[in-house]
Design a protein around this ligand. Structure first.
Ligand code: MG
Length: 269
């Protein structure tokens, strides 16, 4: 655990400063009989341990079973909220399909059995070519073309980070690239073509059944989760972060393993 834990009078583990732990808050939220919940989960760094490359992650079977169980228990109001494309999420969690938003809100589907409901335009070809060239120019940079965004991972070449950031800022500073945004993440920079973010994606879910009228809970770990975490208190919802306490979050899980354990336990597994 990232913080010293103590046992309260009821035997519930809580953070040493006296506030309920993230796991206890998740349990209380799930068992709230006054208002049903809608659960929104970031994937990498929240449900899954971050790996050397996006394709090297491991998805434990027990996690898939817990997500399937919680999806049923919440009457379908559980969605993955990720920077990955939806195809990628479906491949990772197969055969489980869930409501999801991908590429930071560029793609989404409200029901697991429905096709894609929204997709932002792809990055223009010249920009993608220049980003590809940037990746090739420095050893150890892994590029990931997601259509409406382009990610440059430098996990295996951490010293390249500052030079990469400077090159990307220069590229995005050019007048013809004014509509693009730079999303810094954990050892990754992502150039995104649209104005959507995870907070807007969650707002869209909450406008329609089965999510509408429910109390949202979002769990995320990274800067790209910031808008969604910060959105929760204003909606009467709950935000929990992973690894460090981020603005808007009321408690923190130590790592993805602790998130998985809490979800598996909550699902009765
Ligand atoms: Mg994440």
């Amino acid at each position: 655990m990232s913080r010293p834990m103590v046992q309260g009078p009821a035997g519930v583990a809580s953070a040493s400063h006296g506030e309920a732990s993230a796991s206890a808050r998740l349990d209380a939220w799930l068992s709230d009989r006054k208002q049903a919940g809608a659960l929104f989960l970031d994937v990498d760094g929240t449900l899954l341990d971050i790996a050397e490359s996006p394709t090297a992650v491991c998805v434990p079977r027990a996690l898939c079973a817990a997500l399937a169980s919680l999806h049923r228990r919440l009457d379908g109001a559980l969605a993955l909220v990720s920077g990955r494309p939806l195809d990628d999420l479906d491949r990772l969690f197969a055969p489980l399909r869930l409501p999801a938003c991908g590429v930071h809100g560029a793609q989404w589907r409200v029901h697991a059995d429905k096709p894609l409901q929204h997709e932002a335009a792809a990055l223009a070809a010249p920009v993608r070519e220049r980003l590809q060239a940037l990746a090739r120019a420095q050893a150890g940079i892994l590029s990931e073309d997601k259509g409406s965004s382009f990610a440059l991972h430098y996990r295996t070449a951490p010293a390249s980070g500052p030079a990469l950031a400077a090159a990307l800022h220069a590229l995005l500073g050019e007048p013809e690239n004014a509509g693009l945004r730079l999303l810094p993440g954990k050892m990754v920079f992502e150039v995104i073509a649209h104005g959507s973010d995870k907070a807007q994606a969650i707002r869209r879910f909450l406008e329609v059944a089965p999510f509408a009228g429910r109390r949202p809970l979002f769990i995320g770990d990274d800067l790209t989760d910031g808008p969604a975490l910060a959105l929760m208190p204003g909606l009467g919802g709950l935000a929990l972060s992973v690894g460090r306490l981020l603005p808007g979050a009321s408690a923190v899980f130590a790592d993805p393993a602790e998130v998985r354990a809490a979800l598996i336990r909550a699902a009765g597994g």
